[in-house]
Design a protein around this ligand. Structure first.
Ligand code: GLY
Ligand code: MN
Ligand code: MN
Length: 439
């Protein structure tokens, strides 16, 4: 892995430099200045929230724990890293830079924020930063034209980035296997969560997002993060949406399992799984993502009909909004340095926004797929009390088999989520490949 990253990194950096050259030229800037950021201080406290590095910073190098550090890039020059290593005997200070990327930077080590700021160049600067103490005395301007350009091109992953995303998927798949075993042995949600963290060898704060670990009815809460400490009497079903982090790159993986006694639910999982693999197969250059999302509604409405939940045609289930009551979120989103990566709606490298299809307010990706993009494909079917109650009052409620619907509430819901690379040919399914490696 290390050798592979070492050999891919120079090209990654060259690509970032080219993008930065063009972005800077858009606003006549001399320097791109990016802060890693600093942790937020808790109110009236002497402790901080967990540090989350700026995605712009970790795009350039695999450093996720360097609060108060800066990257400076000036067209034509080797990039500089102003690395903050405070004198501090209370905490573990960030390790001195080491590894395959170090030779590609001019590195200055500083001991405090003021020294860091003093190292920043004068001239026309595009300063990419959230407001935080590290930027004291430095005005962040976050020029829109620069951000739009960089965000647009961030959609096209370099081979180095794809290598890291494969690694994030491998870590996630390994931990998902352990979580499934914990479910099958009757552990609580909290117990499964701890099993997942241990197998991933990552802390909660290191994960790209809070894990969703739901048994039985809890699978119907899209972002369920409660972690019941006590196992239910019967663990009938299990939905886990949990990812992992590799040098700042995310995986985002969901699996749904049924107990051996829940054969009817397993049959529904199998249908959603087959549908999901069909959608993944359509992750091809030129495919409109919103059209794929609408296609998913039709296929899932067909699954609802096949399994006896609805009597209407798939077409009328989609038109009437019935499919949205069972599948109330988007098919997926771009993923990379952030689990919900930037530019999912962007029109072109100069900004703009492509609207969502009417009636689909939660879709996070409206672009046409192109080679190099990575997106999630995460269809689901859920039995959500609130949305089902709304359906009951509608004129077509008589076309729904409520007894059958009610009998599935005990399972919560199904989501199956893979991270998929769009290529010039067949899609690369990072998630399924990773599960295959973990037997
Ligand atoms: N885990 C958040 C999502 O699937 O988008
Ligand atoms: Mn997702
Ligand atoms: Mn997810």
């Amino acid at each position: 892995m290390h050798d592979q990253l070492a050999s891919l990194y120079p090209q990654h950096l060259a690509t970032l430099r080219e993008r930065a050259d063009r972005a800077l030229a858009l606003g006549d800037f001399d320097h791109l200045v990016i802060t890693a950021g600093t942790p937020l201080r808790k109110f009236l406290d002497d402790q901080d929230y967990p540090f989350v590095v700026s995605p712009h910073f970790k795009h350039w190098l695999p450093l996720t724990d360097a609060p108060g550090s800066w990257i400076v890039y000036t067209s034509g020059n080797k990039p500089r890293l102003i690395f903050l290593q405070p004198r501090d005997y209370w905490h573990v200070v960030p390790q001195a830079p080491h590894g395959y990327w170090v030779e590609h930077f001019d590195i200055v080590i500083v001991r405090n924020a003021a020294e860091a700021v003093a190292q920043l160049p004068a001239g026309q600067r595009a300063v990419i930063a959230a407001d935080c103490p590290a930027t004291e005395g430095v005005e962040a301007n976050n020029p829109q034209a620069v951000l739009d350009y960089l965000h647009w091109h961030r959609s096209y992953k370099t081979p180095y980035e794809l290598a890291l995303m494969r690694e994030a998927s491998r870590i996630g798949a390994r931990a998902h296997r352990a979580a499934e075993a914990a479910f099958r042995s009757g552990r609580s949600e909290f117990g499964i969560h701890l099993t997942y963290l241990a197998a991933a060898r990552q802390t909660d704060a290191e994960l790209p997002y809070s894990s969703i670990v739901g048994l039985n009815e809890h699978g119907a809460v899209l972002h369920y993060t409660n972690f019941d400490r006590v196992p239910p009497v019967h663990s009938r079903s299990f939905l886990i949406d949990a990812g992992a982090n590799a040098a700042g790159y995310a995986s985002d993986i969901t699996r749904t399992y049924a107990s051996p006694q829940a054969a009817e639910f397993q049959a529904l999982i199998d249908s959603v799984d087959a549908a999901q693999q069909g959608f993944v197969a359509k992750v091809r250059a030129g495919q409109s993502y919103p059209e794929l999302h609408i296609h998913a509604h039709h296929v899932l409405a067909g699954v609802l009909r096949e399994h006896g939940f609805i009597r209407m045609s798939a077409e009328s289930a989609v038109e009437s909004g019935v499919s949205s009551a069972f599948f109330p979120h988007g098919l997926g989103h771009p993923i990379g340095l952030q689990v919900h990566d930037v530019a999912g709606f962007q029109q072109n490298e100069h900004g703009g926004s492509i609207a969502r299809p009417v009636g689909h307010p939660y879709l996070r990706m409206t672009r046409v797929l192109e080679a190099g993009m990575v997106v999630t494909i995460e269809p689901g079917l859920y039995f959500i009390d609130m949305l089902l109650a709304e359906l009951r009052d509608k004129p077509f409620a008589s076309d729904i088999d409520w007894a059958r619907v009610d009998s599935f509430r005990q399972y919560g819901g199904i989501r199956i989520e893979d991270d998929v690379v769009c290529t010039d040919g067949a899609p690369e399914n990072l998630t399924r490949d990773a599960f295959a490696q973990h037997g």
